[in-house]
Design a protein around this ligand. Sequence first.
Ligand SMILES: [Zn+2]
Length: 460
Amino acid sequence: MTTQARKPRGKNHIWRVGLAALVVLPAVAFAAEQLRFKPGFNLFSREQDVQVGREGVAQVEKEVPLLKDPAVERYVSDLGRRLAGFAPGNTDYPWTFKVVNSREINAFALPGGFVYVNRGVLEAADDEAQLAGVMAHEIGHVTLRHGTHQASQMMLAQMPLAILGGVLGKGSGLTSQLAQLGISFGVNSLLLKNSRGAESQADEIGTYTLYQAGYDPKAMVQFFGIIEKKYPQQGLQFLSDHPNPENRIKKVDQLISQLGPSRQGRTDSPEFQVAKRRLLALPPPPKAKPTGQPSRSTPSGSAVAPPAPSSRRVEYQGDGFVIAYPDNWEVQQSKDGVTLAPPGGVLSGAQAYGASLSNYVPPQKNWGLIDATQQLLDSMRQSNPNLRVVKQTSLKIKGRAALSTLLENDSPLEGQKEADHLVTVRVRDGMLALILVAPQSAADAYRPTFDAMLRSLDLH
Ligand SMILES: [Zn+2]
């Protein structure tokens, strides 16, 4: 089961007009002074960003196939380094830029300067400026330290500061310490998923960096528009991580007017076109790992069943809800909500066992629970084509009208079907969606746990 629900977050402007506006300076320096990019609260040192990033690289490169083409690798690496040189707050990270051999349109960055761009981005981009826009956006996530900022918030929510100091004080094995807190570095990890606010900041840095590097600063958002219109399928992951191009285009346009005098930015280079042609002529990427092959939290090579749910419960306090779950399950937060799963219950980013809770805000103003649930099911079907409704009934959760939908779906475990139970209920400005997932073969074993979780669900 992979879910698509998402909810908007508050806007988070990081740039302000400073006093420098009163001083007469050359145009470029003027723009640089006006924009102040400041990383958020962080428990990690910059050196630790690099350390967790390096450990993440080891994990990520086990999971994704890298493109082995020296000419393209060199081109992307040179472009990335040049852009990083113009990024504000670039403090000597050991920048690396690599190409993932996948046609999916996506890019991501690990803390400390490790940036990955999928082959699909180069193949879909019209020109170098658009590619540079995507890379500059990822560079922005690094210099604003979004990954460790988010990890810090999560740790703070889970532990007293005194213990946190101890965890982060240790020189080595940082990732294993973090793993105990449910913070991991796989391709689908928390550290690569950013809040709406963080995306907006990365857009701003990306646009600023493009301008400083002499590119057309509109190129980044142009590219978002292109993938939304031309490659919606290939860009699914990217669009769900970077939603809402329309709004973003507006915001970036506002920013561009403050960058400095408008000038003819560079859009393309012969090197880009050479690299793009090379890629299009290369053999297609290897097939994605078969579903069922574990990507994280499981020993490699075997899709062993997770340990049985513990009967001891702990509470998870979410945004507008509280739920009790077995104390041997892991918590993985994302911008959309939370996944509660036994170790090994999430395979290649798809949940095979456990629960997930997310907030869904229907697009229209006056919405009903049944319609909104239907919309959610439609959006889930985009990534779960064989999702089928078995039965829908109404129920009450703490006195509120709720909808129970039993579903059948393909399990991420190869050749198996899964039974899903979706419960939707109105909360504040949207709808809370709880999904309970287990392969059909384990449905009976998980039923008592799922029933207890549902009974424990409290809304506020
Ligand atoms: Zn981003």
